[in-house]
Design a protein around this ligand. Structure first.
Ligand code: EPZ
Length: 422
């Protein structure tokens, strides 16, 4: 297993390229199950999570071929299986999204329930209710969802989500594109990844409108064809490196981004005293002076993303004053707080609220984390800390950050990866 070693206290400067969005790429990959023709994804991030997904798709009969220039060709000419076994689903929740496309194309599927994860229980009840509303028969047995479509296939329906869910909105879309008739989804998630999936499905011949708004309408079609689609830039990677630059200090330009997708973060960074200059597809982050404490609460898009909460906490540990951070999406997403404290941050957690008292003079230490975004918050703190920080369990980082140490080193960070001694 690898670990990352950071020698902190170096300012960051230069250009840092942003990859395609992990959380979009995984659902776009699932869309390849909906057609016999090739789906070519451009701007594909090379991550452990996309490899897990490719592994599951290969098991189902979709041939994946990595092509030069960050491209991935997926071709599911004839599917070989409609079963997604526990071993291939438990490692990553997004694999559960193959259920809807399999029912839509093959009329049946058996997919392992994904179970909980470190950040919370994360049930899939909304996913299953949406599929049932489209006519799927669903039975749960021995940890698996056994699902089948009626003889004539799935049929369009009106589905009102009781609360906003990214995964359930995407899953309903992935199933409804091939249903007979019209589906209207209400109270949908509005994350940019939802519009990316809808636009890709439309490029494949689907008829989806309204994605990015609370109401999405889908006119079912009888089949989809192949397409070439570029994955939307990763707004979480963008926000992460913006906060790394703010924490370490310096002048960094993030390239290949959609600045508008991080509006909530830019507002908070500006309030904290960081200069944010938005270009057409670039964002320049400059921080020379002190950081001011800012209160923040996570919310569904366009609110502040839960996937940037840990990184924001690392930044706020360096700010002058007290910052109150509220997590409203996941019930157990403060596991980074004790690890940040090991570096000298002063954080009190009560329920879903954390009070961060700064400015802390962070000092390097060995740390480890239990999930992807928590791990990268420790990298951010390590960049700003005096001395050496060793981040273990790097496999979490590899799930969602492509070439992290290479991108940061190119901007002047002193960071390296090495094999963990046994
Ligand atoms: C997606 O998860 C992302 N994952 C998460 O990113 C992200 O944190 C989350 O959206 C919120 O933005 C992927 O896209 C692969 P939800 P998802 O359904 O779809 C509850 C990362 O670090 N809920 O919007 O699973 C759920 O427990 C990851 O990249 C139900 O109760 O999130 C949560 O409290 C972590 N029943 C809330 O809804 C359901 O059926 C929102 O979850 C579905 C969700």
């Amino acid at each position: 297993m690898d670990r990352i070693i950071i020698s902190g206290g170096h300012r960051l400067s230069g250009a840092l390229p942003i990859s395609g969005a992990k959380n979009s790429a995984l659902k776009l990959m699932a869309a390849s199950l909906l057609t016999e023709e090739p789906l070519v994804l451009e701007n594909m991030p090379r991550l452990a999570d996309s490899r897990f997904m490719a592994h599951l798709l290969a098991h189902l009969g979709v041939v994946a071929e990595e092509q030069p220039g960050s491209k991935l060709k997926l071709e599911g000419r004839a599917l070989e299986s409609t079963t997604a076994p526990y071993d291939l689903v438990r490692k990553m929740r997004a694999t559960f999204n193959v259920l809807g496309p399999l029912i839509a194309r093959e009329g049946r599927a058996k997919v392992s329930l994904p179970g909980g994860c470190a950040i919370g229980a994360r049930p899939v009840d909304l996913h299953l209710k949406a599929l049932e509303a489209l006519g799927a028969r669903i039975e749960l047995s021995e940890g698996y969802v056994n699902a089948s479509a009626p003889a004539g296939g799935l049929t369009g329906a009106r589905i009102v989500f009781p609360f906003v869910s990214v995964g359930a909105t995407e899953h309903a879309m992935l199933a409804a594109v091939l249903a007979r008739g019209t589906t209207v989804l209400e109270n949908c998630a509005r994350e940019p990844e939802i519009a990316d999936l809808a636009d890709c499905l439309n490029a494949m011949g689907a008829k989806v409108s309204g994605a990015g708004s609370p109401t999405i309408t889908i006119e079912g079609v009888s089949s989809l064809h192949g397409a070439t689609w570029a994955v939307v830039p990763d707004r979480i990677e963008t926000g992460t490196y913006a906060m790394a630059a703010a924490a370490a200090g310096g002048d960094v330009t993030l390239t290949g981004v959609r600045p508008a997708h991080n509006a909530a973060l830019w507002a908070d960074l500006r309030e904290a005293g960081v200069t944010v200059e938005e270009g057409e597809d670039t964002v320049r982050i400059v921080r020379d002076g002190p950081i001011r404490a800012v209160d923040m609460q996570t919310a569904p898009y366009p609110g502040f993303p839960t996937d940037l909460q840990a990184q924001f906490m690392a930044l706020m540990s360096l700010a002058e004053g007290a910052s109150v951070i509220r997590e409203t999406i996941f019930e157990n997403r403060f596991m980074h707080a004790p690890e940040l404290s090991r570096l000298g941050a002063r954080i009190d957690v009560k329920g879903n609220e954390a009070v961060v008292r700064g400015p802390a003079a962070l000092k390097g230490a060995p740390v480890m984390a239990t999930d992807l975004r928590a791990s990268v918050s420790l990298v951010i703190a390590g960049l700003a800390a005096e001395g050496e920080t060793v981040v273990s369990r790097v496999y979490h980082l590899d799930r969602g950050f492509e070439r992290l140490e290479e991108k940061l080193s190119a901007c002047g960070a002193v960071i390296r990866r090495e094999r963990e001694p046994v």
